[in-house]
Ligand binder design. Structure first.
Ligand code: PXP
Length: 239
């Protein structure tokens, strides 16, 4: 049975939008675990736009399932990973100007530096996953440089502008998952998955875990709004 890792970055996005102390992604992570999440994902970006160093340290202390630390392969982030020792590091590309992680890591271009990062992390007991596009050449390099897992970028499928493009993008994901599995890599998938797009993955047993953030946090705001308004209405009535 496939697993679900919940990305809590967007709770931090909401907090940072106001520069206050709530909502706390650490509390959200604990609640996500109570609700059945198999793991918690947090991406500490160089610009600290959502997650802060304090969040990662606290997550490390309170997470009972597994902490998946998403990071760019920079000296600073490698140092933090070695310090907190997450159950898994997912290496992602990072651009300051992007709204969210836009594409997979290009292993053909960055093969040597990523191989070195993998070796450093693994040498310290931390397994490594690489976020890559569903491209067989990229997956073969991930295998060559000894990654433990790949996370297949599902963005092209989720954001496809036509049915034809969506079908093609999904077929690329299926092929990528099968190739990764054949090469004995762990296979995760994520980016842009929502309550509708996840349904297509039924029966794709090669995928071990889905990493989902934005749609879950967005849904939480909607399904929680009734209770939140009722609570405030009661307080206002009691004035
Ligand atoms: N996987 C990776 C590598 C990501 O960078 C992200 C976005 O932070 C996700 C999964 C989750 O994507 P989404 O928030 O669209 O569900």
């Amino acid at each position: 049975m496939a697993k679900l890792a919940v990305n809590v970055d967007h709770i931090a996005t909401l907090r940072e939008a106001r520069g206050v102390t709530y909502p706390d992604p650490v509390a959200a992570a604990v609640m996500a675990e109570f609700a059945g999440a198999d793991g918690i994902v947090a991406h500490l970006r160089e610009d600290r736009r959502h997650m802060q160093d304090r969040d990662i340290k606290l997550l490390r202390q309170v997470i009972q399932t597994k902490l998946i630390f998403e990071m760019a392969a920079t000296t600073e982030m490698i140092g933090i990973a070695l310090d907190i020792k997450p159950e898994l590091v997912t290496l992602v590309p990072e651009k300051r100007e992007e709204l969210t992680t836009e594409g997979g890591l290009d292993l053909i271009v960055h093969k040597d530096s990523i191989a070195e990062t993998i070796s450093t992390l693994q040498g310290n007991g931390i397994p490594v996953s690489i976020f890559i596009d569903p491209d067989p050449d990229q997956i073969k390099v991930a295998h060559q440089i000894n990654a433990d897992m790949i996370e297949i970028h599902t963005g092209a499928y989720c954001d496809a502008s036509s049915e034809k493009k969506r079908t093609k993008a999904f077929s690329n994901i299926v092929d990528a998952a099968k190739l990764g599995h054949k090469l004995k890599l762990g296979v995760n998938a994520g980016h842009g998955l929502c309550y509708k797009t996840i349904k297509a993955f039924k029966g794709l047993v090669e995928i071990d875990e889905y990493s989902i953030g934005h749609s879950i946090i967005a849904r939480a705001a909607m399904v929680g709004i009734e209770k939140a308004v009722q609570e405030m209405r009661r307080l206002v009535k009691e004035l």
